[in-house]
Write a protein that binds this ligand. Structure first.
Ligand SMILES: NC(=O)c1ccc[n+]([C@@H]2O[C@H](COP(=O)([O-])OP(=O)(O)OC[C@H]3O[C@@H](n4cnc5c(N)ncnc54)[C@H](OP(=O)(O)O)[C@@H]3O)[C@@H](O)[C@H]2O)c1
Length: 288
């Protein structure tokens, strides 16, 4: 049995959908906070078990009879809480007799990163390596799917794209295709104690995104580099919650620092084909 945590989230669901093409749904355990939400979204035949990262007993029960666990990193933002949740999943997996754990990390994880999630990924990787479980770590880059959030709603009407990432570049990847790559790892062999950079390259700057938007919409879009303080002030005017402002500013700073400017063949190899690129994504979302 293969257990997928975060199964009612975007990446968990994409992974399960890809996995059902490879193994019987009855071999897949979807570990979910809310079984009702699972009933509405998950493919027929998948085994649903309740499990909360904050409730070790629920995780221990959910992992019974499971050989491999996919730990999808929590959506919690605060470092201590993230670490507690990830440790609970790894500890429960070990106690339940799980053999192998696959973890969704971030590209270039670092204790010093300005990107709020990165220190937790760094520390979780260390904890996993010391756990005694065999592991596979997919160090995911930013999703193409978050570009609309990075770009913001005002960009197309105003023709101006504001960001505080300077000339920093990101090697984006489509979330559904990361799910496919995860499914291939979970159903495949030879991935023990491997670390894969899921960052296919080429990497793109906000100027590149502005150029792409201009091309696919036929409307000129200019990139306007601004400071983090200016972005924060604008978001506060729109009552954006402070944790989200911090997340976005930290992400932009990490982009500026070059943390997402990576290129590895691993993603294409795991997918078995060329990943979707920036232009195709922008045309699909913003094209006329
Ligand atoms: N690379 C990127 O660009 C990027 C962007 C966003 C997030 N991420 C990271 O990648 C992860 C997966 O991305 P995603 O798009 O699938 O995010 P998502 O749709 O927000 O899914 C997160 C999943 O984690 C589950 N979860 C959160 N806290 C939990 C807890 N205490 N116990 C059990 N489950 C819990 C959620 O459960 P519910 O369904 O019950 O809410 C949800 O299923 C995120 O959680 C985050 O760590 C990466």
């Amino acid at each position: 049995m293969i257990a997928i945590t975060g199964a009612t989230g975007h990446l968990g669901l994409a992974t399960i959908q890809a996995l059902t093409a490879k193994i019987a749904p009855s071999e897949i355990v979807a570990v979910v906070r809310d079984p009702q939400k699972a009933a509405d979204t998950l493919p027929q035949g998948v085994v649903v078990r309740q499990g909360d990262y904050n409730d070790p007993a629920s995780l221990l029960a959910a992992f019974q009879g499971v050989e491999t666990v996919l730990l999808i990193s929590t959506s919690e933002l605060e470092y201590e809480a993230r670490m507690r949740e990830h440790k609970n999943v790894i500890d429960a997996a070990r106690q339940a007799g799980v053999r192998h754990l696959v973890y969704t990390s971030v590209v270039n994880p670092s204790a010093e990163s300005a990107f709020g999630a990165s220190p937790g990924h760094f520390a979780t990787e260390e904890y996993l390596r010391a756990s005694g479980l065999t592991y596979t770590i997919l160090r995911n880059t930013l999703y193409l799917d978050i570009i609309p959030m990075l770009v913001g709603e005002g960009t197309l009407p105003s023709g101006q794209l504001y960001a505080s990432a300077g000339d920093g570049k990101v090697s984006y990847a489509l979330r559904a295709e990361i799910g496919e790559a995860l499914a291939n790892v979970l159903a495949g062999q030879g991935h023990e104690n491997q670390v894969y950079d899921i960052a296919p390259g080429p990497a793109y700057s906000f100027q590149d995104i502005a150029n792409g938007l201009s091309e696919v919409t036929g409307q000129p879009v200019a990139y306007v580099p601004v400071s983090g303080e200016d972005i924060a002030a604008g978001m506060r005017q729109h009552q954006v919650p402070e944790p989200f402002i911090n997340l976005l500013l930290g992400m932009n700073q990490a982009i500026k620092d070059g943390e997402f400017d990576a290129a590895s063949p691993a993603f294409e190899q795991l997918l078995g084909r060329k990943p979707t690129g920036l232009k195709t994504y922008l045309a699909g979302v913003y094209g006329k």
